[in-house]
Ligand binder design. Structure first.
Ligand SMILES: NC(=O)c1ccc[n+]([C@@H]2O[C@H](COP(=O)([O-])OP(=O)(O)OC[C@H]3O[C@@H](n4cnc5c(N)ncnc54)[C@H](OP(=O)(O)O)[C@@H]3O)[C@@H](O)[C@H]2O)c1
Length: 310
């Protein structure tokens, strides 16, 4: 028992170190116990090859041919004590992924990534796209108490962070939420980004809730796409008097929020909101998934089964 405690303490103490997390990844991937013998001085070492993972990346902005698969993407590191590492089971695509591949928002996102210009390398590349994730927590930072390794979670990772079309991703504890139990990872990955966009637009910006929708009219554009299919379900549940022509508008934006996802999870679990998945692609088919999204006429979400490597 004493030995076990010592090991756990040393694992938490080294949670920010790349080599420690690499050894954890190895254990999980091979389905072995996470508990490994302490080596000398309580330091757990792993081979260099375990510090990398499979990922779809871009090395420059451009059209679909800039997407590149690699088995050598640097394994993500916990930099802050409120962060977790998630083993990605499924990710989904949004128009922002196509736009970011093309270079959308690069200057603003780089300013957000490194506001004080402290990094020695000025480049955001190699860059992983993908905002939505459904997966399993592999490791938690020292201040994370609400989640634990092994929890099934869903999240939308903000665009200035490395994305989810990757075997593993780091997210803040504030951005993640427990995945609704009755959804598969594929279904769960279809909701966070569009759900949080609608939540931000309707609840935070529009101030709409279940009690104040009566007599209000709401116009939803692009209702067959990811945002639209979610928005219609929320509005149906809130029951405004008409879903028709609007006369007032304000801009709203996706806001990452684990807390809002908790509320969305309750609606999903009570059967009020259903995932709308149009097509699922395997991890090897990511460029095809981008082409499909770029082709327009979305009728629900495009999801990538990251654990399906075929
Ligand atoms: N600012 C933010 O934070 C934020 C967050 C999420 C999404 N967005 C934006 O919101 C939009 C919708 O996102 P999404 O995820 O729902 O995309 P999506 O899944 O690709 O769906 C887009 C929908 O819009 C329809 N559409 C395309 N052109 C249209 C037009 N001119 N008039 C009316 N409908 C049109 C499409 O159907 P047809 O192609 O058949 O017309 C499709 O149903 C995108 O522009 C996205 O970039 C912004």
């Amino acid at each position: 028992m004493m030995y076990l405690k010592m090991y756990l303490l040393s694992r938490r103490a080294y949670s920010g170190l790349l080599f420690s997390q690499g050894s954890m990844a190895t254990c999980l991937r091979k389905g072995k116990s996470l508990i490994k013998p302490c080596l000398c001085r309580n330091i757990s070492l792993s081979c260099q090859r375990y510090t990398v993972m499979a990922s779809w990346i871009i090395d420059r902005y451009g059209r679909n041919d800039v997407l590149r698969f690699t088995n050598n993407m640097m394994f993500p590191v916990i930099h802050f004590p409120n962060e977790v590492i998630i083993k990605v089971h499924a990710a989904s695509l949004n128009p922002i992924d196509v736009n970011m591949r093309n270079g959308y928002g690069a200057a603003a996102l780089n300013a957000k990534r490194d506001p004080l210009k402290l990094k020695s390398t000025r480049s955001e590349f190699p860059l992983t796209l993908g905002r939505d994730v459904s997966g399993v927590i592999m490791e938690c930072g020292l201040n994370v108490s609400y989640f634990k390794p092994g929890d099934e979670v869903w999240a939308a990772v903000p665009p200035w962070k490395q994305g989810t079309i990757s075997e593993f991703v780091v997210a803040s504890g504030n951005e993640i939420s427990h995945k609704p139990k009755y959804l598969s990872h594929i279904e769960a990955a279809s909701i966070p980004y569009v759900g949080l966009t609608v939540w931000s637009a309707m609840k935070q910006i529009g101030g709409l809730n279940q009690d104040n929708c009566t007599g209000k009219r709401i116009l939803i554009f692009g209702a067959s796409g990811g945002v639209g299919t979610f928005a219609i379900q929320v509005m149906y549940y809130n029951k405004p008097s008409h879903l028709c022509k609007g006369i007032h508008y304000r801009w709203a934006f996706f806001t990452p929020s684990g807390q809002s996802l908790d509320e969305i999870a309750k609606l999903v679990e009570s059967g009020k909101i259903h995932p709308v998945v149009q097509q699922v692609f395997s991890f090897s088919e990511v460029p095809k998934a981008f082409l499909k999204l770029e082709g327009g006429h979305a009728r629900g979400k495009t999801v990538i089964s990251v654990i399906n490597k075929k």
